[in-house]
Write a protein that binds this ligand. Structure first.
Ligand code: UD1
Length: 430
């Protein structure tokens, strides 16, 4: 079992290059099969979730050619199977994007119903409501969702809740429906815009992505394209909080600073200096950090995917902070782990009340999910002594070469897979 072992206490200093956005890439890869022509995708993050989705796509007959670690060619002309097995969906929920992509292109898709998830119940009723509004018949039997239609007809769809997944899935299917679709109360996340730009580069007609009303005029076919994925705002924000927690000075490169505004605002509030450059941000934490209040919200609000990392910083910042989670119901699983490292956090319903302590003590902890895992690494980097983080496969779902990028900033972190390697690390740093 692989673990991260971290000797904390070294300020992170230097520059780090951010990878392509995982959540944009997952939807873009799925959408790439909507044409029979070859699509080239660049700036693909080399993380586990992406590789699982590519396997799922190969499983239904798509031709996947890896040009190198960050570029792939996809050809969906040989797809012979419209059923995506549970084997993939249980590893990665976002394979449900194949539902919208296959339904749009072939008017039929069968995808296993995503199971329970570690950050709370995550229904997909809005995705299905959208497909039904486009004229598809949607059935759920024996854990399999079947969506099919003779014709998909554009429609007016109001999303009761702002949902990234539903917005993207409906946008994909509607791109190849007959006539005009309007999605109201759409998600505005940067990756929704990236997927719309990608589909438009294939010949789709989507307007308004990035606002809460998206208008789509369906087209009968999509064509080849070459497309480069936007930088990952959550990976970037994670390094920004790691810089803050370790009292460091880090320039996070290959980012779109506008996408990071909510994170930047919170770092400024707690006492960091943040300098915005053209495609980079520099975070300097030279003064003691202080408390703040934060509530997670859909973009442009503070992202739920940054909530655990922010809490990891607030737990060692002066005063009492509150963190309100308004998107997912079970996103405080890391609190017990941070408590084992000395944090003082009380969770009441969807609010974490954090009383800042002087610092963390190294401990053995386990990553409960992807972003919570990143938060524990941040705590370990700031801690006094040695921290080991178990279950790092969660972290590897979404962070490319996390330990290498951190080491290049001066962190003392290694991935180990045996007690012997752990002891070797301890000897090396003593
Ligand atoms: C995506 C991101 C995830 C991020 C989340 C919120 C991907 C692959 N994942 O997840 O990292 O944390 O956005 O920014 O991009 N909801 C319903 N019914 C639905 C769909 C959603 O009630 O049919 C609810 C959810 O339970 C949640 C809220 O809507 O409370 C937002 O979820 P949504 O934006 O759909 O999240 P995901 O797309 O699953």
């Amino acid at each position: 079992m692989e673990q991260y072992v971290i000797k904390g206490g070294t300020p992170l200093v230097g520059e780090v290059e951010i990878s392509g956005a995982k959540n944009a890439a997952l939807a873009i890869l799925a959408a790439a099969i909507m044409t029979d022509e070859t699509v080239t995708i660049e700036n693909l993050p080399n993380v586990r979730d992406i590789n699982v989705l590519l396997d799922a796509m190969e499983g239904i007959g798509a031709n996947i050619e890896r040009i190198d670690t960050h570029r792939v060619k996809i050809n969906g002309s040989m797809i012979h199977d419209l059923t995506v097995a549970y084997e993939y969906i249980k590893k990665i929920r976002a394979s449900y994007y194949l539902l919208g992509a296959l339904l749009g292109k072939y008017r039929r898709a069968e995808v296993a119903l995503p199971g329970g998830c570690d950050i709370g119940s995550r229904p997909i009723d809005l995705h299905l409501k959208g497909f039904r509004a486009l004229g598809a018949k949607v059935d759920i039997q024996h854990g399999l969702i079947t969506a099919s239609a003779d014709k998909l007809i554009g429609s007016h769809i109001y999303l009761d809740k702002v949902s990234v997944g539903a917005t993207i899935n409906i946008m994909m299917a509607a791109s190849m429906a007959e006539g005009k679709t309007i999605i109201e109360n759409a998600a505005k996340e940067p990756h929704v815009v990236d997927v719309a730009n990608f589909l438009n580069s294939m010949g789709a007609n989507i307007r308004g992505a990035g606002t809460d009303v998206i208008r789509i005029v369906g087209v009968s076919r999509l064509h080849r394209t070459e497309y480069s994925i936007i930088p990952d705002q959550i990976e970037a924000g994670t390094f920004m909080f790691a810089a803050a927690a370790t009292k460091g000075d880090v320039t996070v490169k290959n980012v779109i600073p506008k996408h990071l505004e909510a994170t930047t605002a919170k770092l400024l509030e707690i006492g960091c200096e943040v300098e915005e450059l053209d495609d980079a941000v520099r975070v300097v934490a030279s003064k003691p950090l202080c408390h703040t209040q934060v509530t997670t919200l859909p973009y442009p609000g503070f992202p739920t995917d940054m909530q655990p990392q922010m809490s990891a910083v607030l737990a060692i910042s002066g005063g009492t902070s509150t963190v309100t989670e308004s998107i997912f119901e079970n996103r405080f699983k890391y609190v017990d782990e941070l408590t084992r490292m000395g944090a003082q956090i009380k969770v009441e319903s969807n609010i974490a009340i954090i009383t800042g302590v002087g610092g963390y003590m190294g401990a053995r902890v386990s990553a409960p999910d992807l972003r919570a895992g990143a938060a524990l690494v941040i705590a370990g980097l700031a801690a006094d002594g040695i921290t080991t983080v178990d279950d790092i496969y969660y972290i590897e779902r979404g962070y490319e070469e996390f330990e290498t990028k951190l080491s290049e900033l001066g962190a003392q972190i290694e991935k180990v897979s045996s007690e012997k390697e752990l002891q070797k690390f301890k000897l090396k740093i003593s």
